[in-house]
Design a protein. Structure first.
Ligand code: NAD
Length: 469
């Protein structure tokens, strides 16, 4: 296979190459993993938990090597540490929950007196996972962990834009005896993602809407279910009675953490007219205080634009907005430092829904602010989108906030904060509209996505003639 070149987001240089997993190798892997999955499942959930906890311990032990690779992939450090911590704590949390969630339960009587009903949860033998570049480690593992604990074997195809972490993570998995037989990462581009769908019994995809549609089509052709977690254009509505400074800080965090390269990022703000100017000024002041980490990776809050293609999208949205009359309150440029590209924290005012920045996913540290007069107008503007991932409402009057939240077409709504869905574990949420399809990735229901329910129906009155009923 030809080598795939990988650009470094901090230098713009190609400084990493990898060989894509070939078609024959993928077939060989999938066949072997299907065979190993039987023992993985039959060994029971307690054994699977023990092995997954060994994986968490091995990640902790080899943290440095994983950290360095992931940090080179993404050009930032703070979020890199958070990713590793999140994966370790996710394994530990799922290991606490899985035994109870997977328990078959006692057989029970039914409304037909001679039938007793039992239940078996049967995992999909092989789960295929395709993940994006923006939070590479977490999104490669977020579905793999519950799938493995459910008893499925898992092949992950991470993004070719951030592949450096794949090798150290593969080594860490290989160090846990027996785990690599049911858990593999395969490096490659979209063509390998497509090929994986042909081998899997269930596919989990995280990425753009455009690719998600191709994945859904391929899954349909193979007649396998797919779970899609796609893009968003998350709105935030701010009413006039809200605490301006607090809301501005939360909006800046929600829109600019990870340099805005988060699916649950706040992408547009609607401010009630009396506070429109003050809120815009407060968000801009907060945004101005954020520093790029261009000179020193350990300083500053805003990392580079990880994907070269994304910088064209951000730039086109900013150009389109200013050409149509938007005002740049702060930022507004993509700057180059030593070959890497950084988007300045940007706040725009005088925006409207004719602008791409209000309708298409920007995926950068860009917050456009628009005024609204009535709650109904704010709700209509927020829902005027193909997306429905999450949203936020800021209001001192929590009843009013709740009434607005209920009318928003999105799977997770934060009240008086933003981005809470990324740290929520108990709640369940689904993606609305074009932001996705399938069950909840969050909460206990998440593990059910990897299981099929089998009913075991026992006739307890053997003397009864089957022809009788
Ligand atoms: P992308 O769709 O370009 O790529 C995602 C993955 O799909 C990559 O691994 C890629 O190699 C693979 N791929 C590409 N073409 C394919 C094909 N035809 N068949 C199968 N696989 C294929 O997305 P991206 O640019 O890597 O990620 C950014 C997007 O992901 C944004 O839209 C963001 O909102 C979204 N995202 C969503 C969530 C969520 O939970 N909803 C989380 C993170 C990112």
């Amino acid at each position: 296979m030809p080598l795939i070149n990988v650009r470094n987001p901090r230098t713009g240089r190609i400084d990493y190459r990898f060989e894509q997993t070939g078609a024959e190798e993928l077939t060989r892997l999938a066949t072997g993993m299907r065979a190993a999955q039987v023992e993985w499942h039959d060994g029971g959930v307690e054994l699977r938990c023990r092995m997954m906890l060994r994986l968490a311990a091995a990640i902790s032990e080899r943290r440095d090597v994983l950290f360095n690779a992931l940090s080179a992939d993404t050009g930032r450090v703070r979020e890199t540490g958070m990713e590793i911590d999140a994966v370790i704590s996710s394994i530990e949390r799922w290991c606490r929950l899985a035994p109870e969630l997977l328990a078959p339960g006692e057989p029970k009587s039914t409304d037909i007196p001679f039938i007793e009903l039992g239940r078996q949860l049967a995992p999909y033998p092989l789960t295929g996972i395709i993940s994006p570049w923006n939070i590479p480690l977490v999104l490669a593992c977020i579905d793999a962990i519950p799938a493995l604990l459910a008893g499925s074997a898992v092949i992950v195809k991470p993004s070719e834009i951030t592949p450096r972490f794949v090798e150290p993570l593969t080594d860490i998995v290989a160090g846990v005896s027996g785990l690599a037989e049911v858990f593999r990462l395969v490096p490659g581009d979209g063509s390998l993602g497509q090929a994986l769908i042909d081998h899997a019994d269930l596919v989990c995809f995280t990425g753009s809407v455009a690719t998600g549609k191709q994945v859904a089509l391929a899954a349909a052709q193979n007649f396998i279910p797919c779970q899609l977690e796609l893009g968003g254009k998350d709105p935030a509505i701010v009413t006039a009675d809200t605490d301006i400074q607090r809301s501005a800080a939360a909006l800046c965090w929600g829109g600019m953490v990870n340099a805005g390269q988060s699916c649950l990022s706040v992408e547009r703000v609607y401010a009630e007219t009396p506070v429109y100017h003050d809120l815009t000024a407060a968000i801009a002041a907060k945004a101005r205080s954020l520093k790029l980490n261009a000179d020193d990776i350990n300083e500053g809050e805003i990392g580079p634009v990880i994907s070269e293609n994304q910088h064209h999208i951000i730039e086109s949205h900013l150009q389109d907005a200013t050409a149509k009359g938007a005002t740049i309150e702060c930022g507004g440029r993509i700057v180059e430092h030593n070959g890497g590209l950084w988007c300045e924290p940007t706040v725009l005012s005088n925006v409207n829904h004719d602008m791409l920045v209000m309708t298409e996913e920007t995926f950068g540290p860009v917050l456009p602010v628009m005024a609204f007069s009535t709650d109904q107008e704010a709700i209509s503007l927020a829902n005027d989108t193909i997306y429905g991932l999450s949203a936020a409402v800021f209001a001192n009057d929590v009843q009013r906030a709740g009434a607005i939240a209920e009318k928003l077409d999105a799977g997770g709504i934060c009240i008086n904060d933003a981005g809470l869905t990324s740290i929520m574990h108990e709640g369940e949420k689904q993606a609305f509209k074009s932001s996705g399809m399938g069950g909840s990735r969050m909460g206990p229901a998440s593990i059910r996505r990897f299981l099929r329910t089998k009913a075991l129906l026992e006739n307890t009155q053997l003397c009864r003639d089957p022809w009788w009923y």
